[in-house]
Design a protein around this ligand. Structure first.
Ligand SMILES: Nc1ncnc2c1ncn2[C@@H]1O[C@H](COP(=O)(O)OP(=O)(O)OP(=O)(O)O)[C@@H](O)[C@H]1O
Length: 381
C-alpha cells in the first residue's frame, strides 16, 4: 500500500514552517533512502525514506519500538544499515559501498541522558569534542558555546552540581560547539519535569532556529512534535506511516493510525454505501471507499459542540470532567454504543446530567477511514 504524503495536499506547503527558517552556514540537507535494518530475525526498519532540508527541524515520531533510535544510530554512523543509504548534501555517508566513520560525518549528538563526563568540568566537557586549533582557541570556542546557552558562569562547575535543565544546555553546547552540519537529539527533553521541559524546549528550539542548524529530534510525544517540528516523520513498526508539516499531519492524517496518534477520537463504526456513511450523527462523505467497506467515522472532541440551534443529533448529558482551562463533556446519543466526548473551554453554565442537549459537528473536520480491525493489516511484517 502506498503511504500518502501529507505534503501532497495543498494545505501542507502553506503551513510548512521551515520556509521562514534560514539555514546556518554549515547546515546540510540530510536524506535517508530505503533504509532497512535487521537484527537477527527482528526487522527494525523496513524501507524508510525521508529528507530534512538545510536548517529544518525534523521530528522522528512513533510508539516505543518503532525504530526511532535505530534511525538515529544509522544517521550518526554508529551502525551500518542492512540496506539503503544516508546522504548529506548528496554525499553518501552510508550505503552499499561506503560507511563513513561517525567522527568524520560532521554530525552532532545529544543523548537522552546527556552523557556528560562526570569527572570533567563543564568547560572540559564542551572542549572534549573540539578538534584542531590551539588550546586557547578551543577554550574560546567552548566558552562561546556555553555563552550561547547561558551557561558560561558554570564553566568551572561539574555536571553533578547542575540541574537537569542546565545539564541539557551543557550537552547542547557540547554538540553545537564543533558547528555540526546536522544535530541529532534522542528524546532530549524527556528527563525534564513538565514545567521546565516547556521552557528548555522553547529555548533550545529558538537557539537552533537562530543557528539555522539542521536538526533531527526523536520523540514519542505527538504534542512535542507538533510544537517543535518543521516536518514530522511518523513511524509505525519500522515503516514511515506519513510525513509532512505538523499542521498537515494533524488536519489530514492519512490513516486511522495517524489520526489516533495525534488526537483522542470519538470513533463510530459504519458501512460505506454509495460514497457515504450513515451514522446517528448524520451522513458523512467517504470518498474513494468501495460499497460495503467497514469504516470508522472519527470526530475529535473539540469538533463537537452543544447547540440550541439546528442540531446534527440530540443526546443526554452524562457527565463533565473539569480540566482547568477546558472541560470534557460526555453525551449519550441513541444508536451509539459509547457516549460521545466533547471538549470545550470550561464554562459556568452547564445544565445538570440527564438534560437533553443538541449537538452540532464541524462537518469538514470529520475523518473517515477503513476499519483496520475489520480488514487485513495493510502493514504485513
Ligand atoms: N541491537 C539490537 N538487537 C536486536 N534488536 C534490536 C536492537 N536494537 C533495536 N532492536 C529492536 O528494533 C526495534 C526498534 O528499536 P528502537 O530502539 O529503534 O525503537 P524506538 O522507537 O527508539 O523505541 P523507544 O521509543 O522505546 O526507545 C525494537 O523492536 C528493538 O527491540
Amino acid at each position: 500500500m502506498r503511504t500518502i504524503q501529507a505534503d501532497e495536499r495543498p494545505s501542507a506547503a502553506a503551513s510548512d514552517r521551515h520556509i521562514a527558517r534560514p539555514a546556518g552556514p554549515s547546515a546540510a540537507a540530510l536524506s535517508v533512502e530505503a533504509l532497512r535494518q535487521v537484527y537477527g530475525t527482528q526487522v527494525a526498519l523496513d524501507g524508510v525514506s525521508w529528507q530534512a532540508e538545510p536548517g529544518q527541524a525534523v521530528c522522528l515520531l512513533g510508539h516505543s519500538g518503532c525504530g526511532k533510535t535505530t534511525l538515529l544510530r544509522l544517521v550518526a554512523g554508529i551502525e551500518a544499515p542492512t540496506a539503503g543509504r544516508v546522504l548529506l548534501d548528496g554525499e553518501e555517508l552510508s550505503g552499499p559501498q561506503r560507511q563513513v566513520a561517525p567522527e568524520r560525518r560532521g554530525i552532532g549528538l545529544v543523548f537522552q541522558d546527556y552523557a556528560l563526563f562526570p569527572h570533567l568540568s563543564v568547560l572540559a566537557n564542551v572542549m572534549f569534542g573540539l578538534r584542531g586549533g590551539s588550546p586557547a582557541t578551543r577554550r574560546a570556542v567552548a566558552l562561546a558555546a556555553l555563552d550561547r546557552v547561558g551557561m558560561q558562569r558554570h564553566a568551572d562547575g561539574f555536571p553533578h552540581t547542575l540541574s537537569g535543565g542546565e545539564q541539557q544546555r551543557v550537552a547542547l553546547a557540547r554538540a553545537l560547539a564543533p558547528q555540526p552540519r546536522v544535530l541529532l537529539m534522542d528524546e532530549p527533553f524527556s528527563n525534564l519535569d513538565r514545567r521546565l521541559r516547556d521552557q528548555v524546549r522553547d529555548d533550545t528550539m529558538d537557539l537552533l532556529r537562530e543557528a539555522g542548524t539542521t536538526t533531527v529530534i526523536v520523540t514519542h510525544d505527538p504534542e512535542e512534535a507538533l510544537r517543535i517540528a518543521d516536518r514530522i516523520v511518523l513511524l509505525r513498526q519500522g515503516r514511515v506511516e506519513q510525513t509532512g508539516a505538523p499542521e498537515a499531519l494533524y488536519r489530514h492524517p492519512a490513516s486511522l493510525f495517524a489520526a489516533r496518534f495525534f488526537c483522542d477520537l470519538n470513533e463510530i463504526p459504519g458501512v460505506c454505501r454509495a460514497g457515504q456513511v450513515e451514522t446517528p450523527l448524520g451522513r458523512h462523505a467517504a470518498p474513494g471507499l468501495a460499497d460495503g467497506t467497514a469504516v470508522r467515522v472519527c470526530l475529535r472532541p473539540q469538533d463537537i459542540r452543544l447547540t440550541a440551534g439546528a442540531a446534527a443529533a440530540t443526546g443526554r448529558l452524562v457527565d463533565r470532567v473539569f480540566l482547568g482551562e477546558a472541560e470534557q463533556l460526555r453525551v449519550a446519543v441513541d444508536g451509539l454504543a459509547m457516549p460521545l466526548r466533547l471538549r470545550r473551554p470550561a464554562a459556568a453554565d452547564l445544565p445538570p446530567p440527564g438534560t437533553a442537549v443538541g449537538l452540532a459537528i464541524a462537518g469538514d473536520r470529520v475523518l473517515v477511514y477503513p476499519d483496520a480491525a475489520a480488514a487485513p493489516s495493510p502493514f504485513p511484517r
